[in-house]
Design a protein around this ligand. Structure first.
Ligand code: FES
Length: 159
């Protein structure tokens, strides 16, 4: 490991420790996924879900528009739909995770299907972080359940 790499790593750890009191922006101690945002012209299918500072570690935030939950935990930040995959009713929190009020489908805390009549998990969507820490949801791009991103820290070289 060269001096420059050691310095970069030390700077990175210092910045990460300074951000511990913050939200998901502090979760950069493990593998970091750089999430870039496309040019403005291609963003019409992107939905702003807030800023990195809005999301606290260990929280699940419901956003009524566009009916998604944003999960912030040790793995980073992820988002999944609140719409039941059976016929589209909005699920509600339950002791096991989520339950659909329409026909009773149940999902665990990450939207994985526990009981029908739905036949698949809640939909997870790709998230992107812009240069200002804005968090954007890509409504066109579904990702496997449990997919999380770790926000990039500005000025820190990613490995
Ligand atoms: S719409 Fe959710 S179980 Fe039917």
């Amino acid at each position: 490991m060269g001096d420059e790499e050691k310095k970069s790593r030390r700077d990175f750890l210092q910045r990460a420790s300074l951000l511990v009191a913050g939200g998901c922006g502090a979760l950069a101690a493990v593998e970091v996924v750089v999430a870039s945002l496309p040019p403005a012209a291609a963003r019409r299918d992107y939905f702003s879900v807030g800023h990195l500072a809005d999301f606290r570690h260990g929280t699940l935030t419901f956003l009524p528009q566009p009916e998604v939950f944003v999960l912030c935990d040790d793995r980073g930040l992820g988002a999944f739909s609140a719409r039941c995959t059976h016929l589209g009713c909005t699920v509600r929190r339950s002791s096991q995770g989520f339950q659909c009020p329409c026909h009773g489908a149940r999902y665990d805390e990450q939207g994985r299907l526990l009981a029908g009549p739905a036949t698949r998990d809640l939909d997870w969507f790709a998230l992107h972080i812009d240069a200002d820490g804005g968090v954007w949801l890509d409504r066109r791009r579904r990702v496997p359940a449990g997919t999380m991103i770790l926000p990039e820290l500005p000025g820190v070289k990613q490995s």
